[in-house]
Design a protein around this ligand. Structure first.
Ligand code: ADP
Length: 239
């Protein structure tokens, strides 16, 4: 694949685990229980994508698709301050898109295409969280097939943006804390088929002791499985 870009997640150990940061032309999925750090990493990346390339960014802007009202400008300000960036400028380069339902969320991929075609330097699309609306709207066994079909449509549109414009896509997925959690992935259907053509990274986040977090890379196409420890601080994600 031509000139894949990488965006730092703030922690060196975490970056190493995933091959140097989250990749463009790929979908990276983080999954874990409530409070495991999914939204915090989303906020971190919304800032770090704006850093120059020599500091781990892509000099780019981002779209933050917010489905559960988790976006916090104050948090962006704190993380920006940690990087000594002007937080007003940083906030201007984060395009917030509030999705009110799954149909609205699906339409946002078209909007992102338009935004990029009109000249926005988008290098990252965040969807926090991918599944919330789909889970709420398609309840019961009889609607599972429709849900999966709609979800696939959405994921294909995101993958298409990633490939066409050399953009990184980062999605969060809330799952229960139980051993079979990693089968609840939207990007991997049962049987091991990974959605889309480019690589899909899947990272399982767990709470550790003393406020620490554990990230575990699972089923990566190119990298060995492994884990790392990181922390969430007021400045953002650190080792
Ligand atoms: P989720 O996986 O549900 O998206 P979050 O990303 O919202 O979880 O993580 C919430 C956790 O992040 C909090 O419980 C807290 O431990 C930590 N956190 C949030 N803000 C800060 C902060 N400013 N300083 C330190 N830790 C924070």
């Amino acid at each position: 694949r031509r000139d894949v870009g990488r965006i730092t997640v703030g922690s060196e150990a975490f970056n190493e685990l995933i091959g140097g940061g989250i990749e463009t032309q790929s979908i990276t999925e983080v999954f874990g229980e409530f409070g495991s750090g999914k939204s915090q990493i989303s906020h971190e990346l919304a800032v770090t994508v704006q850093l120059p390339r020599d500091l781990g960014g892509l000099d780019g802007e981002c779209v933050f698709i917010d489905t559960e009202n988790t976006f916090r400008p104050e948090r962006i300000e704190q993380i920006s301050d940690g990087f000594e960036l002007d937080h007003e400028e940083v906030l201007q380069k984060i395009h917030i898109a509030r999705a009110f339902n799954s149909a609205h969320q699906i339409l946002m991929a078209d909007k992102i295409n338009e935004l990029i075609q009109s000249g926005s330097n988008i290098k990252l699309v965040i969807v926090d969280s991918l599944m919330a609306h789909f889970r709420a709207e398609y309840v019961g066994r009889e609607s599972l097939a429709t849900r999966q079909q709609k979800l696939n449509q959405h994921l294909h549109a995101l993958q298409n943006i990633a490939n066409t414009y050399n953009v990184a896509v980062f999605i969060t997925n809330q799952v229960q804390a139980r051993p079979d959690a990693f089968f609840g992935s939207p990007t991997k259907a049962i049987g091991g088929h990974v959605l889309g053509h480019a690589s899909t990274y899947r990272i399982w986040l767990k709470k550790g002791l003393a406020g620490k977090r554990i990230a575990r890379l699972v089923d990566s196409p190119h990298l060995p499985e492994g884990e790392c420890v990181f922390k969430i601080t007021s400045d953002g994600i650190v080792d």
